[in-house]
Design a protein around this ligand. Structure first.
Ligand code: F3S
Length: 394
């Protein structure tokens, strides 16, 4: 892979150990992916923020990078949710030794220079660059959304590669950065007649489809037979579920390519749904995997309509969107109904779910269903948001 003189210099360690490590990571990825060069990026989104996912080894690595003198992120950098509400962790049953580790991770990222939000829907809080711009986003749901919905170009970065991209302001010119690779490799034709022929609708339906698609197609997915006016919540659910079960980094809605095609019918829907949902009811409700958008918070506040939750309901969103929702009065409605907001945290990789001490959880998220069961051992009741609200508010 071609490197400029300054890149060679940094790789040789002349600009400090942190940059040397970062360039070593990029060069290694470049070799594996046959890339010819590095390209500049406009935005890095870094994952690996929850102590539950990166542990002691990750914390030590971050301490090492952030303590190298003068090391700062070179481009606009956002980070994924962490493992707790940074301000209210002590009132939310988070053990103090966990909180201590989590705060150390946050402090490393702050030293390196991050935008002030811990979110997996970064496209909601910051201005999105124009279509065709190269970025480097970890967090599979956000990377797939960036490629498929926003028209940005990113590979599905890992926590370490996204960190290297943020430190250098560059990424490897390969895979989904290259226009010719951004075409479907296989199609999925949706032949489902749910709800009186109206097809798929809502985040559960699109999550189930994404879960199926991710399992079956590792490359760019071409969808056929979907409605053209996908809502943001539906698109977000589709992206998150694709990223949960496979390595695909992008899909194309309404693919016109003549390719090998897999059908997604009622049978496939039911198989995936029963894999994800093991219970008809849950002991607690979890909304916000990926974290809730401002539109979803508005919808939730409208659905509640002055009533009260009859079981614990936790709502995950970024602090930036919480503030916007607070200014608009949605937070007051949801909290007034007994809902608990958890800001800046990941809905799945947090000790909070285990601390609820429940056997089962109701959620509208297929990604959440997958991870909450695996990480916290709870049974899942998967339902649309509106149904969860209607069955649980009085
Ligand atoms: Fe976001 Fe965590 Fe779900 S990062 S997508 S809330 S697993």
């Amino acid at each position: 892979m071609f490197l400029t003189k300054s890149e060679e210099k940094a790789l040789a360690g002349e600009d400090g150990e942190a940059l040397e490590i970062a360039y070593r990571v990029l060069v290694a990825i470049g070799k594996i992916s046959n890339a010819k060069r590095l390209i500049p990026i406009k935005w890095a989104h870094v994952s690996g923020v929850s102590y539950l996912t990166i542990g002691e080894y990750g914390l030590d690595f971050l301490k090492k990078i952030s303590s190298t003198r003068g090391t700062k992120f070179k481009v606009f950098t956002t980070v994924n949710p962490c493992g707790m509400d940074i301000e209210n962790w002590d009132s939310l049953s988070i053990p103090s030794d966990y909180a201590d580790k989590q705060l150390k991770i946050i402090s490393c990222y702050e030293k390196l220079g991050i935008a002030n939000s811990f979110t997996c829907v970064p496209f909601q809080s910051y201005r999105v660059p124009r279509r065709g711009t190269s970025v480097a986003w970890a967090e599979s749901s956000a990377a797939i959304y960036a490629n498929s919905i926003l028209g940005l170009r990113t590979n599905r970065e890992s926590a370490v590669s996204a960190l290297a991209c943020a430190l250098t302001g560059k990424t490897v010119y390969s895979d989904l950065h290259v226009p010719r690779n951004r075409v479907p490799t296989k199609n999925i034709r949706v032949v489902i007649e749910k709800r009186d022929g109206r097809g798929l609708a809502g985040s559960v339906d699109f999550g189930v489809l994404g879960y199926f698609a991710g399992k079956n197609i590792p490359g760019v997915i071409g969808f056929q037979g979907l409605k053209s006016d996908l809502g943001m919540a539906e698109a977000k659910a589709l992206c998150a579920a694709v990223g949960t079960t496979g390595s695909s980094g992008m899909f194309v809605l309404n693919s016109r390519e003549k390719l090998e095609t897999i059908e997604f019918s009622e049978k496939e829907y039911e198989e995936i749904f029963s894999e994800l949902s093991q219970s008809s009811e849950g002991d607690a409700i979890v909304f916000g995997c990926p974290q809730m958008t401002i539109e979803e918070l508005y919808e939730l506040s409208k659905m509640i309509d002055g009533r009260h939750f009859r079981k614990k309901c936790i709502v995950f969103c970024s602090s930036k969107l919480y503030d916007v929702a607070h200014n608009r009065g949605y937070v007051q409605v949801i909290e007034g109904a007994g809902g608990t907001f958890v800001r800046d945290a990941c809905a799945d990789f947090t000790p909070l779910i285990s601390a609820l001490n429940v056997d089962s959880v109701e959620t509208d998220s297929c990604k959440g269903a997958h991870y909450m069961r695996k990480v916290h051992g709870v049974k899942i009741s998967l339902k649309e948001t509106r149904r969860i609200v209607e069955e649980n508010v009085i």
